[in-house]
Design a protein around this ligand. Structure first.
Ligand SMILES: *Cc1c(COP(=O)(O)O)cnc(C)c1O
Length: 474
C-alpha cells in the first residue's frame, strides 16, 4: 500500500483528474456504449496477490472502467431523474472519505449527529415544511418509504406487530396511485403486508391520484373488514412528475385516521420556490415526507431527507438498545441508528451542509427556476412542431413527448419512438429514457442536471429532429 507521501502526491493528481473530468465531461458518450460482460471479462479472475501501484490501477481505470461509465454529470444527461453532484458536494465527499466515520450514534461523532439535525432543519425551512417535522438522512427514498410504512404499521397495531407478529392483523392496506414509484410496492412486500394489500388508485387526466376513488376504496375496504393503514401521495411521479392533490388526500386520511406519507423524492426540491408551495397544501395533516437532495439538490448520491411529524413513533418502531450501545448522553441527543434500518451510517450531512452554504438558498432557487424554464421552452418547441406532441401535461422540468408523423397507427408510433430513442442514445450526444403514458410509448426529457443550459437543450432538440427525420426517410 502507498505511504503518506505517495498518498499526498496521488491525491493532488486525482484532484487534477477530477477537475479535468468536470471540464471535459461532455466529450464522453453520455450513455456508456459497452455491451453486457464487456467490462467484467476484461478484469482478472482473481485478486492480485501482491499490491499494485496506483499508476497501474489508474491506467486500468481509464482504459477499462471509464468506457463502462454513464456520465450522469454530463449536462446532456436528460434521462430518468438526475443524480446531481456539484463542486461543493464533491469537496465535502473528499473530506468524508478522509474522515471515514461511522455515524451510528451521537458518541461516534457528535458533530455528525448535530450537523445532521441542523442541516435538516435548514432543509425543512427551505422547502416550507412545518416546524414540528424532524428530519433524518436516509440512504434512499426507498428506505425512507419503508420506514414510513413500518412506522404506520406499528402505530396502527399499537406496536404489537413488532412484539408478537401479525396475529390479529391480517389485511393491512396501503394505498397509492397507479403512477406511484415501485419502491412503494417493494416496501409493502418487505413490511409483510403482502403485495395484494397494496391498492393502486386510478388517476385523473393529469395522472394525479383521484381522491374520490381513494375514498371509495377505503370505505369499501373498511366495510369488508380490511384495515387501512397508510396512504402514499406522490409529489412528482416518476413517469411524468404528476402532483397528487395533497390537500384533499390529507383530509381523507385525517378523517379515517390513516398514516399519510408523501413521496417527493424528485420534486421536493422545487419546494424551495415559494411559487411551488401549493404542491404541499395540506402538509400539516401529513405524517411523513421524503425528498432526495441527491436528485435535484446538487448533493452527491446518496442523501435522502426523511421528515416525520412524530419522531417518537419512528424511534419506537426501530429502537434496539443492546448493552454495548448504551451511552450517558441517551435522551439528550439524537442517536440516528434508531431512526431507520441500518445501524452503521455514513456522514452524509457534511455534503448537504457544504452545498446549502456554498450555493445559498437563493443560488439553489435560481438553478431550479432555470431548469423549470428550460423545460417550458423545450415543451413549447415540441407542441409547436407538427410532427411532435406532448403526451402528458408539462410538470416542473419533466417533458413527456413523442414523435408523431402522420398516417401511422398507435402501434407503429410506439415502435418508431422506441427506435428513435435508441438511435438518439447511440449517438452518445445525449441520454434520454422513456415511460408509458396511458399505454403510449413516451420519451422523457428532464432538464435537471446541475450544469444544463439552453445550449444543451437546443442541441438536443436539433438532434431529436434530425434523427426523427432520418428514421422516416431511411
Ligand atoms: C427516484 C424516486 C424514488 C426512489 O428513490 P431512491 O432514493 O432511489 O430510493 C421514489 N419515488 C420517486 C417519486 C422517485 O422519483
Amino acid at each position: 500500500m502507498i505511504n503518506l507521501y505517495e498518498f499526498r502526491k496521488y491525491a493532488h493528481q486525482m484532484v487534477d483528474w477530477m477537475a479535468d473530468y468536470c471540464a471535459e465531461v461532455e466529450k464522453y458518450p453520455v450513455k456508456s456504449t459497452v455491451g453486457p460482460r464487456e467490462i467484467y471479462d476484461q478484469l482478472p479472475a482473481d485478486a492480485p496477490s501482491d499490491g499494485e501501484s496506483i499508476d497501474e490501477i489508474m491506467e486500468d481505470f481509464q482504459k477499462i472502467i471509464l468506457p463502462g461509465i454513464t456520465h450522469w454529470q454530463s449536462p446532456n444527461f436528460f434521462a430518468f431523474f438526475p443524480a446531481n453532484s456539484s463542486y461543493p458536494s464533491i469537496l465535502a465527499e473528499m473530506l468524508t472519505a478522509a474522515l471515514g466515520l461511522q455515524c451510528m450514534i451521537w458518541e461516534t461523532s457528535p458533530a455528525a449527529a448535530e450537523l445532521e439535525e441542523k442541516a435538516l432543519n435548514w432543509a425543512k425551512r427551505m422547502i416550507g415544511l412545518p416546524e414540528h417535522f424532524e428530519g433524518v438522512i436516509q440512504d434512499s427514498a426507498s428506505s425512507a418509504t419503508l420506514c414510513a410504512i413500518l412506522t404506520a404499521r406499528e402505530k396502527f397495531s399499537d406496536f404489537r406487530i413488532n412484539e408478537t407478529g401479525f396475529e390479529g392483523f391480517q389485511n393491512l392496506r396501503v394505498y397509492c396511485s397507479t403512477e406511484t414509484h415501485s419502491s412503494i410496492e417493494k416496501a409493502v412486500k418487505i413490511a409483510g403486508f403482502g403485495r395484494r394489500n397494496l391498492v393502486k388508485i386510478e388517476v385523473d387526466e393529469k395522472l394525479r391520484l383521484r381522491p374520490d376513488r381513494l375514498k371509495e376504496a377505503i370505505a369499501n375496504d373498511i366495510s369488508n373488514g380490511k384495515k387501512p393503514v397508510c396512504v402514499i401521495a406522490t409529489i412528482g411521479t416518476t413517469g411524468t412528475a404528476a402532483i397528487d392533490p395533497l390537500d384533499e388526500i390529507s383530509k381523507i386520511c385525517s378523517q379515517y385516521g390513516i398514516w399519510l406519507h408523501v413521496d417527493a423524492a424528485y420534486a421536493g426540491t422545487a419546494l424551495v420556490l415559494p411559487e411551488y408551495r401549493w404542491m404541499i397544501e395540506g402538509i400539516d395533516r401529513v405524517d411523513s415526507f421524503v425528498f432526495n437532495p441527491h436528485k435535484w439538490m446538487f448533493t452527491n448520491f446518496d442523501c435522502s431527507a426523511y421528515f416525520v411529524k412524530d419522531k417518537g413513533a419512528l424511534i419506537r418502531t426501530f429502537e434496539i438498545l443492546p448493552e454495548y450501545l448504551k451511552t450517558r448522553s441517551q435522551g439528550q441527543v439524537n442517536n440516528y441508528r434508531d431512526w431507520g434500518i441500518p445501524l452503521g451510517r455514513r456522514f452524509r450531512a457534511l455534503k448537504l451542509w457544504f452545498v446549502i452554504r456554498n450555493f445559498g438558498v437563493e443560488g439553489i432557487r435560481e438553478k431550479i427556476r432555470y431548469h423549470i424554464q428550460l423545460a417550458k421552452d423545450f415543451a413549447r418547441s415540441i407542441s409547436d412542431h407538427d410532427h411532435f406532441e406532448l403526451t402528458a401535461p408539462l410538470s416542473l422540468n419533466v417533458v413527456c413527448f413523442r414523435f408523431r408523423p402522420e398516417g401511422l397507427d398507435d402501434a407503429e408510433i410506439d415502435l418508431l419512438n422506441e427506435k428513435l430513442l435508441h438511435r438518439l442514445n447511440l449517438t452518445g450526444k445525449l441520454y434520454l429514457t422513456h415511460t408509458k403514458v396511458r399505454g403510449m410509448y413516451t420519451i422523457r426529457f428532464v432538464t435537471g442536471q446541475t450544469n444544463v443550459t439552453e445550449k444543451h437543450v437546443y442541441q438536443a432538440w436539433e438532434l431529436i429532429q434530425e434523427k426523427a427525420f432520418e428514421i422516416m426517410t431511411r
